[in-house]
Design a protein around this ligand. Structure first.
Ligand code: NDP
Length: 386
Protein backbone atom coordinates (compact mmCIF):
# COMPACT_ATOMS: atom_id res chain seq x y z
CA UNK A 1 0.00 0.00 0.00
CA UNK A 2 1.26 3.45 -0.86
CA UNK A 3 2.01 6.37 1.39
CA UNK A 4 0.66 9.57 -0.14
CA UNK A 5 2.21 12.70 1.33
CA UNK A 6 0.20 15.82 0.69
CA UNK A 7 1.40 19.32 1.58
CA UNK A 8 -1.30 21.99 1.72
CA UNK A 9 -1.53 25.52 3.04
CA UNK A 10 -2.78 25.99 6.62
CA UNK A 11 -6.48 26.41 7.42
CA UNK A 12 -7.89 29.94 7.88
CA UNK A 13 -6.77 31.54 11.15
CA UNK A 14 -10.37 31.41 12.40
CA UNK A 15 -10.78 27.75 11.55
CA UNK A 16 -12.11 25.74 8.63
CA UNK A 17 -15.21 27.47 7.16
CA UNK A 18 -18.62 26.28 8.29
CA UNK A 19 -20.37 28.28 5.57
CA UNK A 20 -19.46 29.99 2.30
CA UNK A 21 -20.26 33.29 0.59
CA UNK A 22 -21.93 31.41 -2.26
CA UNK A 23 -23.78 28.12 -2.21
CA UNK A 24 -22.32 26.80 -5.47
CA UNK A 25 -19.72 27.40 -8.16
CA UNK A 26 -20.41 27.25 -11.90
CA UNK A 27 -19.57 23.90 -13.42
CA UNK A 28 -16.88 24.18 -16.10
CA UNK A 29 -16.69 21.08 -18.27
CA UNK A 30 -13.99 22.15 -20.73
CA UNK A 31 -11.46 24.77 -21.69
CA UNK A 32 -10.80 27.13 -24.58
CA UNK A 33 -8.57 24.71 -26.50
CA UNK A 34 -11.08 21.85 -26.32
CA UNK A 35 -9.37 20.05 -23.43
CA UNK A 36 -11.91 18.57 -21.02
CA UNK A 37 -11.96 19.50 -17.36
CA UNK A 38 -10.78 16.68 -15.06
CA UNK A 39 -12.64 13.39 -15.39
CA UNK A 40 -12.00 11.29 -12.28
CA UNK A 41 -14.33 8.35 -11.66
CA UNK A 42 -15.86 10.39 -8.84
CA UNK A 43 -15.13 13.01 -6.19
CA UNK A 44 -15.82 13.06 -2.46
CA UNK A 45 -16.29 16.79 -2.03
CA UNK A 46 -18.79 19.49 -2.88
CA UNK A 47 -17.38 21.95 -5.46
CA UNK A 48 -17.04 25.34 -3.81
CA UNK A 49 -15.67 23.97 -0.52
CA UNK A 50 -12.22 24.95 0.71
CA UNK A 51 -10.16 21.98 -0.48
CA UNK A 52 -6.67 23.48 -0.73
CA UNK A 53 -6.03 23.86 3.00
CA UNK A 54 -5.04 21.08 5.38
CA UNK A 55 -8.57 20.21 6.56
CA UNK A 56 -9.85 20.20 2.98
CA UNK A 57 -7.35 17.44 2.09
CA UNK A 58 -8.16 18.00 -1.60
CA UNK A 59 -11.12 15.74 -0.88
CA UNK A 60 -8.85 12.71 -1.22
CA UNK A 61 -9.01 10.83 2.11
CA UNK A 62 -12.07 8.67 1.49
CA UNK A 63 -10.84 7.61 -1.94
CA UNK A 64 -7.26 6.82 -0.86
CA UNK A 65 -8.13 5.08 2.40
CA UNK A 66 -10.83 3.14 0.60
CA UNK A 67 -8.04 1.60 -1.49
CA UNK A 68 -6.00 0.90 1.64
CA UNK A 69 -3.44 3.65 1.09
CA UNK A 70 -2.11 5.96 3.77
CA UNK A 71 -2.72 9.71 3.37
CA UNK A 72 -0.61 12.17 5.34
CA UNK A 73 -1.65 15.82 5.03
CA UNK A 74 0.49 18.55 6.51
CA UNK A 75 1.46 22.19 6.04
CA UNK A 76 4.73 21.65 7.93
CA UNK A 77 7.25 21.63 5.09
CA UNK A 78 10.35 23.62 6.07
CA UNK A 79 13.55 22.28 7.57
CA UNK A 80 15.02 18.84 8.18
CA UNK A 81 12.65 18.10 11.04
CA UNK A 82 9.44 19.08 9.26
CA UNK A 83 6.61 16.59 9.03
CA UNK A 84 7.16 16.61 5.28
CA UNK A 85 10.80 15.54 5.67
CA UNK A 86 9.91 12.92 8.25
CA UNK A 87 7.44 11.18 5.93
CA UNK A 88 9.31 11.70 2.66
CA UNK A 89 11.67 8.69 2.86
CA UNK A 90 8.83 6.17 2.51
CA UNK A 91 6.40 8.22 0.43
CA UNK A 92 5.39 6.85 -2.97
CA UNK A 93 3.50 9.98 -3.99
CA UNK A 94 4.00 13.61 -3.02
CA UNK A 95 1.23 16.12 -3.71
CA UNK A 96 1.98 19.79 -3.35
CA UNK A 97 0.57 23.11 -4.48
CA UNK A 98 2.55 26.01 -5.90
CA UNK A 99 0.81 28.31 -3.41
CA UNK A 100 2.50 26.55 -0.49
CA UNK A 101 5.20 24.62 -2.28
CA UNK A 102 6.94 21.63 -0.76
CA UNK A 103 10.23 22.24 -2.54
CA UNK A 104 11.28 18.84 -3.89
CA UNK A 105 14.96 19.61 -4.21
CA UNK A 106 17.55 17.18 -5.55
CA UNK A 107 18.60 16.45 -1.94
CA UNK A 108 15.05 15.64 -0.91
CA UNK A 109 14.45 13.47 -3.98
CA UNK A 110 17.66 11.56 -3.17
CA UNK A 111 16.22 10.86 0.29
CA UNK A 112 12.98 9.44 -1.15
CA UNK A 113 13.86 6.11 -2.76
CA UNK A 114 10.19 5.05 -2.98
CA UNK A 115 9.04 8.23 -4.68
CA UNK A 116 7.33 7.47 -7.99
CA UNK A 117 5.00 10.42 -8.57
CA UNK A 118 5.02 14.12 -7.72
CA UNK A 119 1.68 15.76 -8.37
CA UNK A 120 1.24 19.50 -8.56
CA UNK A 121 -2.31 20.28 -7.47
CA UNK A 122 -2.43 23.27 -9.78
CA UNK A 123 -0.05 24.43 -12.49
CA UNK A 124 3.69 25.09 -12.38
CA UNK A 125 6.05 22.34 -11.26
CA UNK A 126 9.16 24.46 -10.76
CA UNK A 127 9.14 23.61 -7.04
CA UNK A 128 10.28 20.15 -8.16
CA UNK A 129 13.89 19.83 -9.30
CA UNK A 130 12.99 18.44 -12.72
CA UNK A 131 16.54 17.33 -13.51
CA UNK A 132 16.57 15.27 -10.29
CA UNK A 133 13.11 13.87 -11.05
CA UNK A 134 14.36 12.83 -14.49
CA UNK A 135 17.45 11.20 -12.98
CA UNK A 136 15.49 9.26 -10.35
CA UNK A 137 12.66 8.19 -12.66
CA UNK A 138 10.02 10.19 -10.78
CA UNK A 139 6.95 11.15 -12.81
CA UNK A 140 5.89 14.79 -12.41
CA UNK A 141 2.34 15.76 -13.34
CA UNK A 142 0.21 18.87 -12.93
CA UNK A 143 -3.43 19.70 -13.54
CA UNK A 144 -2.99 21.66 -16.73
CA UNK A 145 -5.59 24.37 -17.42
CA UNK A 146 -7.32 23.83 -14.05
CA UNK A 147 -6.66 27.37 -12.89
CA UNK A 148 -5.42 29.16 -16.01
CA UNK A 149 -8.55 31.28 -16.37
CA UNK A 150 -8.51 31.97 -12.61
CA UNK A 151 -5.05 33.47 -13.03
CA UNK A 152 -6.00 35.35 -16.19
CA UNK A 153 -8.87 37.01 -14.35
CA UNK A 154 -6.49 37.97 -11.55
CA UNK A 155 -4.05 39.47 -14.04
CA UNK A 156 -6.77 41.63 -15.59
CA UNK A 157 -7.85 42.71 -12.11
CA UNK A 158 -4.29 43.64 -11.17
CA UNK A 159 -3.66 45.57 -14.39
CA UNK A 160 -6.79 47.64 -13.82
CA UNK A 161 -6.02 48.07 -10.10
CA UNK A 162 -2.57 49.47 -10.82
CA UNK A 163 -3.42 51.62 -13.81
CA UNK A 164 -6.51 53.13 -12.14
CA UNK A 165 -4.80 53.43 -8.71
CA UNK A 166 -7.54 51.38 -7.05
CA UNK A 167 -5.81 50.13 -3.90
CA UNK A 168 -4.53 53.51 -2.61
CA UNK A 169 -7.96 55.04 -3.37
CA UNK A 170 -9.68 52.28 -1.39
CA UNK A 171 -7.23 52.94 1.45
CA UNK A 172 -8.39 56.58 1.61
CA UNK A 173 -11.93 55.30 2.18
CA UNK A 174 -10.79 52.93 4.93
CA UNK A 175 -8.94 55.83 6.53
CA UNK A 176 -12.11 57.98 6.55
CA UNK A 177 -10.90 60.33 3.80
CA UNK A 178 -12.38 61.78 0.61
CA UNK A 179 -9.07 62.68 -1.02
CA UNK A 180 -10.00 62.74 -4.67
CA UNK A 181 -6.90 64.57 -5.86
CA UNK A 182 -4.64 62.18 -3.98
CA UNK A 183 -6.43 59.25 -5.59
CA UNK A 184 -6.52 60.49 -9.16
CA UNK A 185 -3.04 61.95 -9.35
CA UNK A 186 -1.80 58.45 -10.25
CA UNK A 187 -4.93 57.22 -12.05
CA UNK A 188 -5.11 56.55 -15.80
CA UNK A 189 -7.32 54.78 -18.33
CA UNK A 190 -6.09 51.51 -19.75
CA UNK A 191 -7.70 52.36 -23.08
CA UNK A 192 -5.13 53.16 -25.76
CA UNK A 193 -2.19 51.61 -23.92
CA UNK A 194 0.18 48.96 -25.28
CA UNK A 195 -0.10 45.74 -23.28
CA UNK A 196 2.28 42.82 -23.77
CA UNK A 197 2.52 39.31 -22.38
CA UNK A 198 5.71 37.33 -21.94
CA UNK A 199 4.33 33.94 -23.02
CA UNK A 200 1.03 33.28 -24.69
CA UNK A 201 0.22 29.82 -23.37
CA UNK A 202 -3.03 29.00 -21.63
CA UNK A 203 -2.90 31.92 -19.21
CA UNK A 204 -1.21 34.42 -21.52
CA UNK A 205 -3.72 33.81 -24.31
CA UNK A 206 -6.65 34.02 -21.86
CA UNK A 207 -5.28 37.38 -20.67
CA UNK A 208 -5.00 38.64 -24.25
CA UNK A 209 -8.57 37.55 -25.00
CA UNK A 210 -9.92 39.28 -21.91
CA UNK A 211 -8.04 42.51 -22.59
CA UNK A 212 -8.91 42.82 -26.27
CA UNK A 213 -12.26 44.58 -25.61
CA UNK A 214 -10.50 47.32 -23.61
CA UNK A 215 -9.29 49.05 -26.75
CA UNK A 216 -5.61 48.37 -26.09
CA UNK A 217 -2.85 47.40 -28.53
CA UNK A 218 -1.82 43.84 -27.71
CA UNK A 219 1.70 42.41 -27.95
CA UNK A 220 3.18 39.02 -27.13
CA UNK A 221 6.34 36.99 -27.20
CA UNK A 222 6.53 33.21 -26.91
CA UNK A 223 8.79 30.38 -28.01
CA UNK A 224 6.06 29.20 -30.38
CA UNK A 225 4.00 31.61 -32.42
CA UNK A 226 0.20 31.56 -32.06
CA UNK A 227 -1.87 30.51 -35.09
CA UNK A 228 -2.21 33.32 -37.66
CA UNK A 229 -5.99 33.42 -37.20
CA UNK A 230 -5.59 34.11 -33.46
CA UNK A 231 -3.05 36.86 -34.16
CA UNK A 232 -5.46 38.37 -36.63
CA UNK A 233 -8.56 38.01 -34.45
CA UNK A 234 -6.91 39.76 -31.49
CA UNK A 235 -4.77 42.08 -33.62
CA UNK A 236 -1.60 40.88 -31.91
CA UNK A 237 1.91 42.10 -32.53
CA UNK A 238 4.44 39.29 -32.14
CA UNK A 239 7.98 39.99 -30.89
CA UNK A 240 10.88 37.55 -31.10
CA UNK A 241 11.85 38.01 -27.43
CA UNK A 242 10.91 39.74 -24.20
CA UNK A 243 13.83 42.08 -24.88
CA UNK A 244 12.27 43.11 -28.18
CA UNK A 245 8.76 43.44 -26.77
CA UNK A 246 9.00 45.35 -23.50
CA UNK A 247 10.25 48.70 -24.90
CA UNK A 248 6.96 48.85 -26.84
CA UNK A 249 4.65 48.38 -23.86
CA UNK A 250 2.97 50.43 -21.13
CA UNK A 251 1.84 47.29 -19.31
CA UNK A 252 3.70 43.97 -19.25
CA UNK A 253 2.28 40.73 -17.85
CA UNK A 254 4.45 37.67 -17.24
CA UNK A 255 2.87 34.30 -17.97
CA UNK A 256 5.80 31.95 -18.62
CA UNK A 257 6.85 29.02 -16.44
CA UNK A 258 9.94 29.39 -14.28
CA UNK A 259 12.77 27.43 -15.84
CA UNK A 260 16.40 28.15 -16.70
CA UNK A 261 15.42 30.40 -19.65
CA UNK A 262 13.14 32.65 -17.61
CA UNK A 263 14.79 32.81 -14.19
CA UNK A 264 15.93 36.39 -13.46
CA UNK A 265 14.60 37.64 -16.82
CA UNK A 266 13.40 40.98 -15.42
CA UNK A 267 16.69 42.36 -14.13
CA UNK A 268 18.04 45.94 -13.99
CA UNK A 269 19.05 45.73 -17.63
CA UNK A 270 15.70 44.63 -19.03
CA UNK A 271 13.77 46.98 -16.73
CA UNK A 272 15.89 49.92 -17.95
CA UNK A 273 14.74 49.28 -21.53
CA UNK A 274 11.04 49.63 -20.63
CA UNK A 275 9.03 52.80 -21.10
CA UNK A 276 9.30 55.08 -18.07
CA UNK A 277 6.27 54.38 -15.89
CA UNK A 278 5.49 50.86 -17.15
CA UNK A 279 3.24 48.63 -15.04
CA UNK A 280 4.57 45.09 -14.52
CA UNK A 281 2.31 42.23 -13.45
CA UNK A 282 3.84 38.89 -12.54
CA UNK A 283 1.57 36.05 -11.51
CA UNK A 284 3.92 33.46 -13.03
CA UNK A 285 6.78 32.95 -10.58
CA UNK A 286 8.65 35.32 -8.26
CA UNK A 287 12.11 34.30 -9.45
CA UNK A 288 11.38 35.46 -13.00
CA UNK A 289 11.89 38.97 -11.59
CA UNK A 290 15.00 40.09 -9.76
CA UNK A 291 13.63 41.06 -6.34
CA UNK A 292 15.86 44.05 -5.67
CA UNK A 293 15.82 45.31 -9.26
CA UNK A 294 12.01 45.57 -9.01
CA UNK A 295 12.29 47.63 -5.82
CA UNK A 296 14.85 49.94 -7.46
CA UNK A 297 12.67 50.41 -10.55
CA UNK A 298 9.63 51.32 -8.43
CA UNK A 299 11.66 53.74 -6.32
CA UNK A 300 13.08 55.48 -9.39
CA UNK A 301 9.71 55.63 -11.17
CA UNK A 302 10.92 53.44 -14.04
CA UNK A 303 8.05 51.15 -13.04
CA UNK A 304 4.81 52.95 -12.14
CA UNK A 305 3.51 49.85 -10.41
CA UNK A 306 4.19 46.17 -9.77
CA UNK A 307 1.63 43.56 -8.83
CA UNK A 308 1.41 39.82 -8.64
CA UNK A 309 0.98 36.98 -6.22
CA UNK A 310 4.19 35.03 -6.64
CA UNK A 311 7.23 35.39 -4.41
CA UNK A 312 10.39 33.55 -3.52
CA UNK A 313 10.47 31.81 -1.17
CA UNK A 314 6.89 31.00 -0.31
CA UNK A 315 5.60 31.82 2.19
CA UNK A 316 7.42 35.15 1.85
CA UNK A 317 9.27 36.21 5.01
CA UNK A 318 7.81 39.14 6.98
CA UNK A 319 10.69 41.37 5.89
CA UNK A 320 10.47 40.57 2.16
CA UNK A 321 11.07 43.88 0.39
CA UNK A 322 8.08 43.45 -1.90
CA UNK A 323 5.77 43.86 1.10
CA UNK A 324 6.83 47.48 1.62
CA UNK A 325 8.03 48.75 -1.78
CA UNK A 326 6.11 51.71 -3.27
CA UNK A 327 3.18 51.38 -5.69
CA UNK A 328 2.71 47.64 -5.41
CA UNK A 329 -0.41 45.53 -5.42
CA UNK A 330 0.95 42.23 -4.16
CA UNK A 331 -1.18 39.47 -2.67
CA UNK A 332 -0.13 36.12 -1.26
CA UNK A 333 -0.10 33.38 -3.89
CA UNK A 334 -3.86 33.12 -4.41
CA UNK A 335 -4.75 33.75 -8.03
CA UNK A 336 -4.91 30.09 -8.98
CA UNK A 337 -6.56 28.93 -5.78
CA UNK A 338 -10.05 30.42 -5.92
CA UNK A 339 -12.70 28.02 -4.63
CA UNK A 340 -13.73 27.56 -8.26
CA UNK A 341 -10.20 26.53 -9.24
CA UNK A 342 -9.79 24.25 -6.24
CA UNK A 343 -12.72 22.11 -7.35
CA UNK A 344 -10.97 21.54 -10.69
CA UNK A 345 -7.46 20.91 -9.46
CA UNK A 346 -8.67 18.63 -6.66
CA UNK A 347 -10.60 16.60 -9.26
CA UNK A 348 -7.55 16.62 -11.55
CA UNK A 349 -5.31 15.41 -8.74
CA UNK A 350 -7.73 12.56 -8.15
CA UNK A 351 -7.73 11.77 -11.87
CA UNK A 352 -3.91 11.57 -11.89
CA UNK A 353 -3.93 9.32 -8.79
CA UNK A 354 -6.51 7.05 -10.39
CA UNK A 355 -4.27 6.72 -13.46
CA UNK A 356 -1.30 5.90 -11.25
CA UNK A 357 -3.09 3.27 -9.20
CA UNK A 358 -4.80 1.61 -12.15
CA UNK A 359 -1.70 1.67 -14.33
CA UNK A 360 -3.40 3.70 -17.06
CA UNK A 361 -1.49 6.51 -18.76
CA UNK A 362 -1.73 9.99 -17.28
CA UNK A 363 -3.08 12.44 -19.88
CA UNK A 364 -0.12 13.84 -21.87
CA UNK A 365 -1.32 17.38 -21.17
CA UNK A 366 -0.83 16.71 -17.44
CA UNK A 367 2.70 15.30 -17.78
CA UNK A 368 5.80 17.37 -17.08
CA UNK A 369 8.34 14.56 -16.56
CA UNK A 370 7.83 10.89 -17.34
CA UNK A 371 10.01 7.95 -18.25
CA UNK A 372 13.21 9.83 -17.42
CA UNK A 373 12.62 12.87 -19.67
CA UNK A 374 10.52 15.98 -20.04
CA UNK A 375 7.19 14.76 -21.39
CA UNK A 376 3.81 15.98 -22.58
CA UNK A 377 3.13 19.59 -21.56
CA UNK A 378 6.54 19.69 -19.89
CA UNK A 379 8.37 18.87 -23.13
CA UNK A 380 6.55 21.78 -24.76
CA UNK A 381 6.93 24.47 -22.12
CA UNK A 382 9.91 23.66 -19.86
CA UNK A 383 13.66 23.28 -20.23
CA UNK A 384 16.22 21.49 -18.06
CA UNK A 385 19.57 22.73 -16.74
CA UNK A 386 21.51 20.19 -18.79
P1 NDP B 1 1.33 27.00 -20.50
O1 NDP B 1 2.26 25.85 -20.49
O2 NDP B 1 0.02 26.88 -21.15
O3 NDP B 1 2.02 28.26 -21.11
C1 NDP B 1 3.32 28.62 -20.84
C2 NDP B 1 3.85 29.34 -22.03
O4 NDP B 1 5.12 29.88 -21.69
C3 NDP B 1 4.05 28.44 -23.24
O5 NDP B 1 3.39 29.01 -24.34
C4 NDP B 1 5.55 28.45 -23.40
O6 NDP B 1 6.00 28.44 -24.71
C5 NDP B 1 5.89 29.81 -22.86
N1 NDP B 1 7.32 29.95 -22.55
C6 NDP B 1 8.12 29.09 -21.93
N2 NDP B 1 9.35 29.59 -21.85
C7 NDP B 1 9.34 30.78 -22.47
C8 NDP B 1 10.31 31.76 -22.72
N3 NDP B 1 11.58 31.57 -22.34
N4 NDP B 1 9.95 32.88 -23.39
C9 NDP B 1 8.66 33.06 -23.80
N5 NDP B 1 7.69 32.14 -23.58
C10 NDP B 1 8.02 31.02 -22.91
O7 NDP B 1 1.13 27.38 -18.93
P2 NDP B 1 0.04 28.31 -18.27
O8 NDP B 1 -0.22 29.46 -19.16
O9 NDP B 1 -1.10 27.52 -17.79
O10 NDP B 1 0.85 28.76 -16.98
C11 NDP B 1 2.03 29.52 -17.10
C12 NDP B 1 2.69 29.65 -15.75
O11 NDP B 1 1.87 30.44 -14.89
C13 NDP B 1 2.87 28.34 -14.99
O12 NDP B 1 4.01 27.64 -15.41
C14 NDP B 1 2.99 28.83 -13.57
O13 NDP B 1 4.34 29.17 -13.30
C15 NDP B 1 2.15 30.09 -13.55
N6 NDP B 1 0.90 29.87 -12.83
C16 NDP B 1 0.64 30.66 -11.74
C17 NDP B 1 -0.49 30.44 -11.00
C18 NDP B 1 -0.82 31.32 -9.83
O14 NDP B 1 -1.66 30.94 -9.01
N7 NDP B 1 -0.21 32.48 -9.71
C19 NDP B 1 -1.43 29.35 -11.29
C20 NDP B 1 -1.12 28.67 -12.54
C21 NDP B 1 0.03 28.90 -13.23
P3 NDP B 1 5.93 27.16 -25.66
O15 NDP B 1 5.21 26.09 -24.92
O16 NDP B 1 5.20 27.72 -26.83
O17 NDP B 1 7.34 26.79 -25.92
Amino acid sequence: MAKVLCVLYPDPVNGYPKEYARSSVPRISGYADGQTAPTPSGVDFTPGELLGSVSGELGLRKYLEGLGHELVVTSDKEGQDSEFDRHLPDAEIVISQPFWPAYLTAERIAKAPNLKLAVTAGIGSDHVDLDAAIKHGVTVAEVTFSNSVSVAEHVVMMILSLVRNYLPSHQWVLDGGWNIADCVSRSYDLEGMDVGTVAAGRIGTAVLRRLAPFGVRLHYTDRHRLPAEVEEELNLTFHESAQAMVPNCDVVTVNAPLHPQTQGLFDDRLLSTMRHGTYLINTARGLICDRDAIVRALESGQLAGYAGDVWYPQPAPADHRWRTMPHHGMTPHISGSSLSAQARYAAGTREILESHFTGTPVRPEYLIVDGGALAGAGAHSYSTKS
